[in-house]
Design a binder for this molecule. Structure first.
Ligand SMILES: [Zn+2]
Length: 229
């Protein structure tokens, strides 16, 4: 474990701090803060306290994934925390392979669940969110971009039908070609009179079903098991 951490620090020019129960970090911020928590700021990673080393290691690589996230991704995914977190887990897991580290299905699933914790929160972190919803919802913000990017008509139809179900639409939503500054090629535009909170909940459900309908297992060796709301 320590050897891998050293190798990661060296390759990526990072400094990794291992937070331990009762240490100065815990005294300053409370031990609870560091339970199952890690973070990265600049080139420094604070690696929190985990129930086992595998979760600690996959979390380390997730933070490395944040470093590896291409410049501009955050803007491109329109500040969608869920999409960027998922991407960081994916990048981190791939990077771990470079160090000969293969994670168990359980650890990968756990990581994925950490990302899903962001489902529905992403847009609300933006101050202009409320103004942007209620009338139009860009459903694919929380969806998965790969298939839509491939401009596969079947996948677009599938996304539309999932969206219709979750948003209780009787009319087909508009599908718009994106203007190109987004990683997604298509947007599904929902016009709705639902409240903002209700839209968020529906978007989360849409996101989960869409994720489950895609081949994440193929990509990162993971079965998607939608979480209970
Ligand atoms: Zn993260």
């Amino acid at each position: 474990m320590n050897d891998i951490i050293k190798a990661v620090e060296k390759k990526h020019g990072l400094k990794v701090t291992l937070v331990k129960p009762g240490d100065e970090y815990c005294q300053a911020n409370g031990e609870d803060h560091y339970n199952n928590w890690s973070g990265i700021g600049g080139r420094e990673i604070e690696l929190g306290i985990y129930e086992n080393d595998e979760l600690k290691l996959i979390s380390l690589f997730h933070e490395v994934g944040h470093r590896l996230l291409p410049k501009g991704f955050w803007e491109k995914c329109r500040h969608n925390t869920l999409v960027s977190e998922l991407e960081c887990w994916r990048l981190g897991i791939l990077e771990a392979e470079e160090f000969g580290v293969l994670f168990s299905d359980e650890a990968i699933k756990w990581g994925y669940e950490q990302a899903l914790g962001y489902a529905g929160h992403d847009e609300r972190e933006r101050s202009d969110w409320a103004e942007n919803t209620g009338k139009h919802l860009w459903v694919n913000k929380s969806g998965y971009r790969e298939k839509l990017e491939r401009q596969n008509a079947d996948q677009i139809e599938k996304a539309v039908s999932i969206a219709m179900k979750h948003f209780e639409l009787t009319e087909r939503p508009e599908v718009e070609r994106d203007n190109g500054d987004c990683v997604m090629d298509y947007c599904i535009i929902i016009k709705s009179t639902l409240s903002t909170d209700e839209l968020v909940n529906r978007e989360v459900e849409f996101c989960r079903e869409w994720a489950a309908s895609n081949d994440y297992k193929e990509r990162i060796g993971l079965d998607i098991i939608p979480l209970e709301p």
